[in-house]
Ligand binder design. Sequence first.
Ligand code: AMP
Length: 408
Amino acid sequence: MNVLVVNAGSSSLKYQLFDTNTETVFAKGICERIGIDGSAIEHKQLVKGLVTSETRPMKNHAQAMSLVVEKLLDKEYGCISSMDEIEAVGHRVVHGGAYFSESVLLTDDVLAKLRLCHDFAPLHTPAHIQGIEGCLAVMPGKPQVLVFDTAFHQTMKPEAYMYALPYELYRDYGVRRYGAHGTSHRFVAGEMLKILGKTEGTRIVTCHIGNGSSISAVKDGKVMDTSMGFTPLAGVEMGTRCGDIDPAIVPFMMEKLNLTPAGVSDLMNKKSGFLGVTSGYSSDSRDLQKAIADGPSNPHHEQAKLAISILKLQLKKYIGAYAAEMNGLDAIVFTAGIGENSTTLREAVLTDLDFLGVDVDKELNAKITRQSNNVKISTDASKVAVYVIPTNEELLIARDTAAIVSAI
Ligand code: AMP
């Protein structure tokens, strides 16, 4: 089945056209600055290896979708000859609240429930709705499927998802842990389960470490716990997000720095993490690695080292905590930009975990590149299998969409 996967952000729209039978991507691209001056599309036709970029006014997501379809149909850069060849659309949706524990076919009721998730993801939800409405306008009647980043985490028990706050906050406002990156955790956990050859009795820690990072405990193929919380601000240190801090620091900062709720949220979401610990130097781990490799002559050396050390220690703590929560550990998976690429981070996190039976093969670990596919980096003697598995959220969205639409 030909499935168009759409990831609509507030001013961007990414897309990939998949043939789910062969799991090939025909074309992909991104529309940027939607609704802003200078909007542009970059389109890649992967079968012929062609790339085209164009600046074109896009007032809204419907106009962006119509441009995407125009490119897909283009005689030179396209890959289909009629809109009928797009059989379904799969949307990435960041937050489905407690309404969605799996991917669903779009209906009026589904759209109404998605609107109720607005407060959980105020930037993303309106963008997703615009993306969906854009598809409805440009491809009326085409089946659309929503795949939620929160859905995989819906198997958590109340003791894992509830906060020790007045119960009314949960009852009246839905304040609880939802987690995020669920599509990525589900994809890599699924790959790991195939490698382990079973689901029942397995205990896996999946580490999605990128610009945003989250860790999940996956027991018997189901999420038992995850590090992100009510929002993606919780858990480990990230590019610009602080991760877990003492909650008392929030009112303290508001008072000392004279910040509003929006101001303190901005500080914790956009000015913290690697960027904050390095006093504004960089949120990109590659810059931090360079400052570390340069040695003390680099003015950012010490703070870059500190920023990366904080993350390493936090990852180790999560692995230990989740092993305890699952009463053991069979596998650890690393994925996303840093998880797939940073040899030094993986080595530091995996060293001195021998009490858990983790034995990393340093040579194998050093050989991994982003092009590597599902590579084992633990020794044969290791009781815990450690793998680097490139994530592929779009493929999972395409697979879910094809499965749901085939069953209509
Ligand atoms: P993601 O959010 O998954 O795209 O990951 C982004 C993060 O991955 C950034 O901090 C990048 O510095 C990091 N990253 C991407 N490629 C590499 C690489 N080749 N080596 C080290 N880190 C990388």
